[in-house]
Design a protein around this ligand. Structure first.
Ligand code: IDP
Ligand code: MG
Length: 153
């Protein structure tokens, strides 16, 4: 089954929304396979946000991502990458559809609650960046046969 990375950003911890956001993923039926609080560094952010290194907001983005610890989550499900990405909504909270996480919880282009991996390939790379192998747990949910039809498993 597919795994994806979610980072609960400093704005989420500061606003006391971490539990509520994790709850949305759990209620959807995604399995929490790993979770940890960590202080991000310039090095890890240079790697993680390499695609944005020439943007004028790059420095501000990194400072904001280092302003408090973040909570890194590994979520698992069938087509988890795309599902979680759709749940997050558009990058700019002001453009995000109501019902999405960003559309329900934020008004900002940068302070936008969550990071979510954007492809299965990047999810694999990002999970390795944030988790050691032993920090990902492969237990079977007891309700699996009710989360999915048998022919989907
Ligand atoms: P994503 O988080 O929706 O995948 P990316 O384009 O990968 O969006 O950008 C990573 C993060 O950089 C965003 O979540 C947001 O915090 C920040 N960001 C993106 N575009 C802007 C911008 O135009 N102004 C300020 N921050 C931005
Ligand atoms: Mg991105």
């Amino acid at each position: 089954m597919e795994k994806t990375l979610v980072l609960l950003k400093p704005c989420t911890l500061q606003r006391g929304l971490a539990g509520e956001i994790i709850n949305r993923f759990e209620k959807r039926g995604l399995r929490l396979a790993g979770m940890k609080m960590m202080q991000l560094t310039d090095d890890i952010l240079n790697e993680h946000y390499a695609h944005l290194k020439d943007k004028p907001f790059f420095g501000m983005l990194k400072d904001s991502m280092m302003s408090t610890p973040v909570i890194a989550c590994c979520l698992e499900g069938i087509e988890a990458v795309q599902t979680v990405r759709m749940m997050a909504g558009a990058t700019n909270g002001r453009n995000a559809q109501p019902g999405t996480i960003r559309g329900d919880y934020c008004m900002s282009n940068q302070q936008n609650i969550v990071h979510t991996s954007d492809s299965p390939e990047n999810a694999e790379i990002e999970l390795k960046r944030f988790f050691k192998p032993e920090e990902i747990f492969d237990f079977t949910p007891s309700n699996l046969a009710y989360l999915y039809a048998l022919d989907e498993l």
